[in-house]
Design a protein around this ligand. Structure first.
Ligand SMILES: Nc1ncnc2c1ncn2[C@@H]1O[C@H](COP(=O)(O)OP(=O)(O)OP(=O)(O)O)[C@@H](O)[C@H]1O
Ligand SMILES: [Mg+2]
Length: 214
């Protein structure tokens, strides 16, 4: 499985989701590679901040040839997660083309919802060359019991792209764990954050299993 986490908007949670998704797949027994496709190198910085043994290797591949270079590397893993750059350029195109599924993190704000259009268009463009490519929104930084938190799925409907049931709420443990190079499941195993990441991993794994069976 190759999952890209992309959105040309900055700060929406791409790296947070990529790192925790990779850790969650490892917890399910998969051999995982995390590809940092962002020249900012945030996923690499996360792994450098880590004092414990690595959960999975992190490689920097912020290259417009990623879709050509990745397959030979990916063969040794059950799952590859790509942390994308906040750009809608050739790096984003390569990361999308390298993926089987693209997750688009969006925060429940109208600006984020409007800004998702560019990433959705890049996915549509890539689907012309790669029919099997799928995309899905992941709602991040939801604030529990707010109208905007509830309405965001409806606001995303015009994009005609699925919205995952699993959503992440605004929780300080996402930032605190990242500072130590840990996943939320490692930093706070009994937390709500760990539970919502487990649900996200489960939903992605079962969507992937259905896709393989089709
Ligand atoms: N659900 C959340 N709750 C609290 N903080 C969060 C959450 N998701 C992300 N953050 C924090 O928001 C900031 C931006 O998140 P992150 O770096 O994952 O976004 P990004 O899309 O990768 O950014 P960039 O576009 O710069 O690569 C980070 O400080 C992160 O810790
Ligand atoms: Mg990032």
């Amino acid at each position: 499985m190759i999952v890209g986490v992309l959105n040309q908007k900055g700060g929406v949670g791409k790296t947070t989701i990529a790192v925790n998704l990779a850790a969650g797949l490892v917890a399910r027994g998969a051999r995982v590679l995390l590809v940092d496709a962002d020249p900012q190198g945030s996923a690499l910085a996360w792994s450098s901040a880590r004092e414990r043994d690595p959960l999975f290797p992190v490689v920097g591949m912020a290259k417009p040839t990623l879709h050509r270079d990745l397959p030979s590397l990916a063969a040794a893993y059950d799952a590859v997660v790509i942390d994308g750059a906040p750009r809608a350029n050739e790096l984003a195109r390569a990361a999308i083309l390298a993926s089987e599924t693209v997750l688009i993190p969006v925060q429940p704000s109208p600006y984020d919802i409007w800004a998702a259009r560019e990433t959705v268009e890049l996915i549509r463009e890539a689907q012309i060359y790669k029919e099997t490519l799928t995309g899905a929104f992941v709602i991040n930084r939801k604030i529990a019991n707010t109208a905007i938190g509830r309405d965001v799925a409806g606001a995303l409907e015009p994009f005609e792209m699925p919205v995952l049931d699993a959503a992440l709420c605004q929780r300080v443990v996402y930032a605190e764990s990242a500072a130590q190079g840990l996943s939320v499941a490692e930093a706070a195993p009994a937390s709500e954050a760990a539970r919502e990441i487990a649900a996200l991993v489960e939903e992605i794994a079962s969507r992937h299993a259905r896709r393989d069976a089709a």
